[in-house]
Design a binder for this molecule. Sequence first.
Ligand code: 5GP
Length: 177
Amino acid sequence: MASVKIKDKVFNLSIPEETIIGQVKRVAAEINRDLADSNPIFLCVLNGAFMFAGDLMKHVNIPSEISFVKLSSYSGTESTGRVKQLIGLSDTLRGRTVVIVEDIVDTGLTMLRLLDLIREHEPKEVRICSLLVKPDKLKVDLHIDYVAMEIPNEFIVGYGLDYDGQGRNLPAIYTVE
Ligand code: 5GP
């Protein structure tokens, strides 16, 4: 599909499925090389990272576990407004090597919050693995250990990422027209 219409917007194909899978395999190989003796626990951040995590884990061949978490916003009572909380974590992270599996790092603020929340569980080490990074928009100092692809500062959908709830099921990545 060269383009797709979701609600009021048209999106054009920007990264085909084969390209994505090739980069996902490369990232898996890097993780296999780096973490072979670490028994890492992968934390897939729902909803956006579900497809990436599924494909990535097919090519991770070292002893490891996967768990699924979600960031939920709730309206705080303080003037700071909405605060993100981590939900769904049932495994203990204490002393473990944790690999955060995210869909996209944009400004990086979400990832910073995630790092804070995960570090409260006293892991041995936290690594970041993101399908996509928009380097031009990154506004915090963040070391991203594994990146499948860097993209320009444009809104995209597909391969887990949505526009207004739709488009997550698309096997490729599309950019808004
Ligand atoms: P950040 O906190 O890094 O600015 O934003 C990260 C979150 O914003 C991602 O997890 C994702 O949910 C959302 N996001 C950022 N850029 C895009 C985009 O181009 N498309 C979609 N669908 N979501 C995005």
